[in-house]
Write a protein that binds this ligand. Sequence first.
Ligand SMILES: *Cc1c(COP(=O)(O)O)cnc(C)c1O
Length: 240
Amino acid sequence: MPIADNVNAIRARIARAATRVGRNADSITLMAVSKTMEPERIKEAYAAGLRVFGENRVQEFESKSGVLSGLKDAEWHLIGHLQSNKAKKAAELFHAIDSVDSPRLAEKLNQAAAEAGKKLDVLIEIKVGQEESKAGILLDSPDLENLLRAAPQLESLQVCGLMTVPPFTENPEGARPYFRLLRDLRDQIAARKLPAIQMDVLSMGMSHDFEVAIEEGSTCVRVGTAIFGIRPQGARPEPA
Ligand SMILES: *Cc1c(COP(=O)(O)O)cnc(C)c1O
């Protein structure tokens, strides 16, 4: 199917899921996860009206970014795990880092953003399951509290909310408790009205479970396969 048809179908599903729970579909961003996709495919998605894109590896995006620089108003988010030694490059290339998973990385990004003379939007990635393979701050880790408290000193970062990738379950309903958990955490943090912390964004939901995520309050669904089709074999799904 042409990308535009996929996008239309997904937008209709987003609207229906939002309506089911009395939400406005305009409050939900459809992020196109364009990792492993050739620039031509990404341009097609842009032509279909998409403006927010997620990439998971710094080097891959660096090699594509030149060709894509003509896409006006496109917003590039890093959604894959970022190693501190690539923070500088990431801060230069991306508008937002949605996968901040340690206070140390936040500090590095803050420094890099300051040097680049920009303010970077960031999300704190939370690990809601127990899988070894997934990135994110564990719920009971002191890192979360330390990062929240450090925010006022991180003047070149704006913490905008939370992101998660739940453990995979065949049935999308299996993800619901994890989405609920992330929303509850977001609500708890928001209620504290901490200095320099915004909690408007809840980035959760992918191709197979975005409707459940929307029912549980997601404000940004990260969709790859359902827009672009199956990724090339051998593509690495996670590390940046
Ligand atoms: C690849 C990826 C997605 C998109 O996954 P699909 O199942 O293809 O929609 C979303 N979020 C993250 C962090 C990813 O790495």
